[in-house]
Design a protein around this ligand. Structure first.
Ligand code: PHE
Length: 447
């Protein structure tokens, strides 16, 4: 087998990981989960969830990847016992599942960039979304998006992912800041910021039970956890990096981009007086409600192209990280060249994504499974493994390159063992309830 690649620089790793974390989860889900879960109260819970659940879980994935320097499936075996491979396998499966419909949404974004050039959705945003989001054209767009992703991953870690994300991540930040400035002068700006950023304690307390699981799920998804990505990316990292510091940089950057997304989206929504609490959720959220407002902005077409351009870059840099998970597994285990593996995985993803491309009801169904069941379950298994089964070795690995953080490492271990564990277990139980046991189980939605 040829020598395994590594990141050429530490910044290269950071950009790749930030590129993975910053994606549709920040730009698409986050503003709309916020809108449908009580605004700033949700944001407050989300920030806590990122800190006490997401950050420790990310470090757990880093420890596993860097200690073993192999793909996610073999990593569990090397640090534990052969049977733990199943847990790694489940994380890889979860990632594959998510990527299948993520590509579909990537395809919509491509269409919206073209639509922005012509101002095609300004007049009838809902009608345009309906036309773009289902049927043969959505399948074609999905295939094009996927082909770009496959192309980047085929070039490998250094020449593909690292080079691409080094350009992509700074572009996302610069363009988002520009968009935020663009909308700052809108009449609804002040109201938008308040809705998003000033939490009402009463709302927080009254709705804590229903908001917290969403906040935990969102923290997990947006940090690319539970899908073997961070295990895989950190397997290309050297022993002298400080994982705690790197994890902190990634978490903070990802959170800031999410906040920026809200600062861009809410002024637009409140200016056009969108029904922010009801029709804003669901798969079409970003596309219908927000796009409806673009038409009213100065230079609306340019705005649309830039906005969806950012979304596209963010979606691409996330999708490549997820494809890399599968490719790394196959590459470590079979001597097949990377381009073939990327192509084969791409073909599998295309097929699995067909129902979602054909009909958004299926996309929602796939997404529900991922959010409500697969991610919390995968995260729970990871937490039990790193926190309780590996324990000491994990702390040792965390401390490599992180001298002086002995006290922190204990806090980390116990947060993982208790807080992360309980949060994910609770989220999973509620997920099972929503999918199968409630009065209107989400499992049956598309049938
Ligand atoms: N963190 C990513 C996001 O917010 C999650 C993700 C990564 C999804 C990779 C798909 C692929 O969009």
């Amino acid at each position: 087998m040829s020598e395994r690649e590594t990141w050429t620089t530490r910044v290269g790793f950071l950009f790749a990981a930030i590129g993975s974390a910053v994606g549709l989860g920040n730009l698409w889900q986050f503003p709309f989960k916020t809108a449908t879960n009580g605004g700033a109260a949700f944001v407050a819970f989300y920030l806590v969830a990122v800190l006490v659940v997401g950050f420790p879980a990310m470090l757990a994935e880093f420890v596993l990847g860097r200690r073993t320097n192999v793909n996610a499936v073999d990593a569990f075996e090397e640090m534990g016992h052969r049977n733990w491979r199943l847990v790694g396998g489940f994380a890889v499966f979860t990632g594959f599942w998510i990527l299948s419909y993520y590509n579909v949404v990537g395809g919509w974004v491509l269409r919206y960039i073209l639509g922005s050039v012509r101002g095609a959705y300004f007049g009838d945003p809902a009608g345009y979304f309906g036309a773009v989001s289902s049927g043969p054209e959505a399948v074609l767009a999905q295939a094009i998006f996927l082909a770009i992703v496959v192309g980047i991953v085929a070039f490998g870690i250094e020449d593909g992912i690292e080079k691409a994300t080094k350009v992509m991540v700074p572009s996302i930040v610069v363009l988002m800041v520009a968009l935020a400035a663009w909308v700052a002068t809108l009449p609804g700006a002040g109201e938008g910021y308040a809705f998003f950023l000033s939490p009402d304690l009463g709302t927080m307390i009254a709705n804590a039970g229903s908001i917290i699981p969403f906040a935990v799920g969102q923290a997990f998804f947006t940090l690319s956890l539970g899908m073997a990505i961070m295990i895989t990316y950190s397997s290309y990292v050297g022993e002298d990096d400080n994982l705690v510091f790197d994890g902190g940089v990634i978490v903070v950057s990802n959170t800031l981009v999410g906040i920026l997304a809200g600062i861009v989206v809410f002024p637009i929504l409140l200016t056009i007086g969108a029904e922010i609490t009801t029709q804003t959720g669901g798969a079409g959220a970003l596309f219908v409600a927000t796009a409806a407002g673009f038409g009213t902005l100065p230079y609306s077409r340019v705005f649309g192209v830039v906005f969806f351009g950012v979304v596209l870059i963010a979606a691409l840099s996330s999708a490549i990280s997820l494809l890399e998970v599968t490719v790394a597994y196959a590459n470590d285990n079979y001597g097949i060249p990377r381009p073939y593996l990327a192509g084969a995985a791409g073909l599998g993803l295309f097929v699995l994504g067909l129902p979602s491309a054909w009909n958004t009801a299926w996309l929602t169904w796939f997404d529900n499974f991922a959010y409500q069941l697969f991610l919390p379950f995968s995260g729970l298994l990871l937490t039990v493994f790193v926190g309780w089964v590996v324990g000491r070795d994990a702390v040792d690995e965390l401390l490599q390159g992180a001298d002086g953080l002995g006290g922190f490492s204990q806090v980390w271990l116990w947060t993982l063992r208790l807080v992360v564990l309980v949060a994910l277990l609770g989220t999973l139980v509620l997920g099972i309830q929503t999918m199968f046991l409630g009065s209107d189980p989400a499992f049956f939605a598309p049938f």
